[in-house]
Design a protein around this ligand. Structure first.
Ligand code: SF4
Length: 375
């Protein structure tokens, strides 16, 4: 059952096309995890996160600077190459300038019937963030209604919330199992689980997670766990890289990525509130992307407590090349983790990863951790 996540991830385009044929619904490609999937689902839309392919490309140069992060350029390349030609619309909630540029270029150069830019506040720590976002959600809801022809009622919104919350809560249960001395699934399998949630029908995803939980009860990796690692930083669905690190005598037991915990960690709590307000509160208060983590840096203690709770002995800190938001956070995260006794390894990701070079650095890092264990 756990293999299903990888299959869905690898066949994401076929899946979305089949979903359209089966349901007659619209598919919305989204660029950032700040887009409120709950409202899209309430409108009967399938939200699908736009991701790169990790393959070299030469189509984005006229549209986006080469010093924009490789993830953004890779995403845009997918649109320019027609890989997402089945999308009925695209959307973004403001996060960083690079991904916004990918969205804008897509809007200009890839034939798209519908697009929606959702202004998501950067200053989420301001008391005005929730009322501001609520007003924006009212407009987003109305735009979705006009686009789909479906009126979105409060009951629809509640259904959207319950659907996404259930999937989040089940994935968190899987993450709890990763605290075990012998975790029942690898970091790679976890990544496939979370990323596939961004690509397929949420109800279906939750059912697969539920079945996987039964499978995971008595499962072990069938290999030594090795060093327990936390992986953190920018977007990361670089399966080759994760596989390589885990093949060198380690296991990723926890993460802080927007293709990992940052995506699903926080629930919408209704508490008798109107559903749109509850959704706005969730996105304002969620574990933040570094673009929104100021003036108080809340990510740093959060990451340290994840590392401690999941008993990690080392941290692999990844950054997409040219990603300023993450780069600015790294010194603070690195020193906080090192103060807690965790060794850190910093690596910079590009569209493709020099697996051989990185392997040498990862092996040296793991050797240091193994030596520390001896004393
Ligand atoms: S990796 Fe950094 S620059 Fe790229 S989309 Fe994410 S936050 Fe923006």
């Amino acid at each position: 059952m756990i293999d299903t996540f990888q299959e869905r991830y690898e066949n994401r385009h076929e899946y979305a096309k089949q979903w359209k044929d089966k349901t007659g619904g619209k598919v919305l490609g989204y660029f950032c995890t700040y887009v409120p999937e709950e409202i899209c689902i309430a409108a009967g839309v399938l939200p699908v996160r736009i991701l790169g392919s990790h393959e070299p490309q030469d189509v984005t140069e006229p549209h986006i600077f080469a010093m924009y992060c490789p993830f953004c350029r890779d995403c845009l390349a997918q649109g320019l190459e027609g890989k997402y030609d089945y999308l009925d619309g695209i959307s973004i909630a403001q996060s960083c300038l690079h991904i916004r540029q990918a969205y804008t270029s897509w809007e200009l150069h890839v034939p798209t019937d519908w697009s929606y830019y959702l202004p998501m506040p950067h200053h989420v720590q301001s008391p005005r963030a929730v009322p501001y976002l609520l007003a924006e959600y009212e407009k987003f809801k109305k735009a979705l209604e006009d686009w789909t022809g479906n009126k979105i009622t409060d009951d629809d919104l509640k259904r959207g919330i319950e659907t996404v919350n259930k999937d989040r809560q089940l994935m968190k249960q899987v993450y709890e199992l990763r605290k075990r001395e012998d975790p029942p699934l690898s970091g790679l399998e976890s990544m496939y689980m979370v990323v596939s949630s961004q690509l397929i029908d949420k109800g279906e995803h939750a059912r697969i997670v539920e079945d996987s939980l039964k499978e995971l009860e008595d499962r072990t990796l069938g290999r030594p766990v090795g060093q327990r690692l936390i992986i953190l930083g920018s977007e990361n669905d670089d399966h080759e890289f994760i596989k390589m690190v885990e093949s060198c005598g380690s296991t990723f037991v926890i993460d802080d990525h927007c293709t990992g915990t940052r995506y699903f960690w926080d629930q919408v709590s209704l508490n008798g509130e109107d559903p749109l307000t509850a959704i706005a509160k969730r996105y304002v208060n969620r574990v933040p992307c570094p673009t929104k983590d100021w003036p108080v840096r809340t990510r740093v203690p959060h990451i340290v407590s994840l590392a401690k709770d999941w008993d990690a002995s080392g941290a692999v800190i990844l950054q997409q090349k040219f990603c300023d938001p993450h780069e600015l956070d790294i010194p603070a995260i690195k020193s906080a983790l090192e103060e807690e006794g965790l060794a850190t390894l910093f690596l910079e990701l590009d569209v493709t990863v020099p697996i051989g070079q990185f392997k040498t650095r990862v092996e040296a890092f793991l050797e240091i951790l193994d030596e520390e264990d001896l004393f």
